[in-house]
Structure formats: structure tokens, C-alpha cells
Design a protein. Structure first.
Ligand code: ADP
Ligand code: MG
Ligand code: MG
Length: 252
């Protein structure tokens, strides 16, 4: 079973400490949600784990399937089965979506084990059906002119093709209307099994109506301050974050 374990992870951006000791363990078969106010470091956690050079991990440990994640290059992390769906996916002009996705799949499979073009197209078509994406998105340039919601669907398409062991989905629900939200949730739910663990980062509870998390973590001031089950997300939706601050004596 895949496993991502973080111990006391601290991260600085340009000398300012943003993450102040993050602890979490995500195993295959589990869906975790991190919820928290804006600007508390949720995206920083995702970017730092993928090895973004701007985010300096100053202390703590991160292990992916027992291997030291912090010793791995960015491409090694992906090959080892870590996937990040970004809050703001980038656009690449001149590269078709289909070519990009196939390169990503082949990079993960490794040299000598490339997927055949036919097989790839068949697989991409079937996943695009699940996500109710028009076939024209295969031949358009990567994310260029895609709406916010279309970019998010495309991130999920990429995830479904790459079949990561651990996926981190950063605000995959932002910019989605309710129909798109359901479709994206269906894509994530279609991956649920013991070989897939997922961390959903979100500001709102509504996505969690369609993807039932096993664990919910409240994120504030650069760390997880409270953990619980799905009922915690419901209470945050109903009452906001203030009660957590009061309960824990946190001041803004
Ligand atoms: P969240 O995802 O919870 O909204 P972020 O991780 O995006 O929060 O941001 C946390 C803090 O780190 C903010 O103060 C933000 O301005 C800062 N920050 C995030 N990314 C960068 C960056 N690339 N350069 C400078 N500051 C950043
Ligand atoms: Mg934000
Ligand atoms: Mg964010």
C-alpha cells in the first residue's frame, strides 16, 4: 500500500517561515481533507512536497513508501507515485494536451515500457468520457484558453491516466459549478482503492459532499491544528473557523 508520512515539516519562502511543523500520514485507501482559511500555507505544503525550488524545507521528514522524499528529484517523486493537481495549472502553447499527457504517462512508466499510442488513446478517451470532456480537449494546446473548470477537469484526467499512489489535489473545486464538481468527484471516487491515497486541500466543504473523506484536518497558521472525521467538515461549513480558534486559543 502507498504511504506518505510527514513529520514536523517546516517550510520557508524567501526566508519567511510559512509551514511551522506539519504532521500527517496518508495511506492507500484513505482520503484526507485539509481545510483552512486562505493564506495559511495549504498550497505551500503541496508545492513544497512536489519539490518546487522556491519552497525551502528547513526541517522535518517526509517519506513516500518508506523512501526519503526530500532526497528525490522532482521527476523521481512523480515516478515514485506522487501526484499534485495544482491550484493554478500552467498553460503550454504548442504542446497538445494529448501529447503532454502521453509524455507524462511514459515518463512515469519509464524507458522501454512506453504505452502504445492506440492503448493510450483508448484509455484517454474512456477517462474523458467519465469526466464528460469533449474530445476536442485532446488536441487543444495544454490548458491554453481552458476555463478554470476545464483546467481542473484536465488535472483530474491527468491523475486518472497516471494512477498515482498518493495524490494531492489543491483546491480542485475552485471555479467549478455544481455539475462539474460532481463529475470531478466521480473521477476521484473512481480511483478509490487500497493502492490510492488522496489529500484534498479545500477552502469549502461542498466538494466533500461528493467525496467522503475518512479524515478531516483543520489547517491554520502553517500547521494542522485539529483533526477529526467528516463531521468536522460539516461543522466548519456551518460555523466557520472562529470556534476552532477560540477552542485552541489561536489569535490572528
Ligand atoms: P493557502 O493555500 O492556504 O491560501 P498559500 O500557501 O498560498 O496559502 O500562502 C501562504 C503564505 O505564503 C502567504 O502569506 C503567501 O503570500 C505566501 N506565499 C505562498 N507562495 C508564495 C510565493 N511563491 N512567493 C512568496 N510568497 C508566497
Ligand atoms: Mg489561497
Ligand atoms: Mg492555496
Amino acid at each position: 500500500k502507498p504511504n506518505l508520512t510527514l513529520k514536523d515539516i517546516k517550510v520557508e519562502i524567501e526566508g519567511r517561515e510559512i509551514l511551522k511543523g506539519v504532521n500527517i500520514e496518508i495511506k492507500g485507501g484513505e482520503i484526507h481533507a485539509i481545510m483552512g482559511p486562505n493564506g495559511t500555507g495549504k498550497s505551500t505544503l503541496a508545492s513544497a512536497l512536489m519539490g518546487h525550488p522556491k519552497y525551502e524545507i528547513t526541517s522535518g521528514e517526509a517519506h513516500l513508501n518508506g523512501e526519503d522524499l526530500l532526497e528525490m528529484e522532482v521527476d523521481e517523486r512523480a515516478r515514485a507515485g506522487l501526484f499534485l493537481a495544482m491550484q493554478y495549472p500552467s498553460e503550454i502553447s504548442g504542446v497538445t494536451n494529448s501529447d503532454f499527457l502521453r509524455s507524462a504517462v511514459n515518463a512515469k512508466r519509464g524507458e522501454g515500457n512506453e504505452i502504445s499510442l492506440m492503448k493510450f488513446i483508448r484509455e484517454m478517451d474512456s477517462k474523458m468520457d467519465v469526466l464528460e470532456m469533449d474530445q476536442k480537449f485532446a488536441t487543444r494546446y495544454l490548458n491554453e484558453g481552458f476555463s478554470g473548470g476545464e483546467k481542473k477537469r484536465n488535472e483530474i484526467l491527468q491523475m486518472m491516466l497516471l494512477k498515482p499512489g498518493i495524490a494531492i489535489l489543491d483546491e480542485i473545486d475552485s471555479g467549478l459549478d455544481i455539475d462539474a464538481l460532481k463529475v470531478v468527484a466521480e473521477g476521484v471516487n473512481s480511483m478509490r482503492n487500497d493502492e490510492f491515497g488522496c489529500l484534498i486541500i479545500t477552502h469549502y466543504q461542498r466538494l466533500l459532499n461528493y467525496i467522503k473523506p475518512d479524515f478531516v484536518h483543520v489547517f491554520m497558521q502553517g500547521r494542522i491544528v485539529k483533526s477529526g472525521g467528516p463531521e468536522l467538515a460539516e461543522r466548519l461549513e456551518a460555523e466557520g473557523y472562529d470556534w476552532v480558534k477560540e477552542e485552541l486559543g489561536i489569535e490572528d
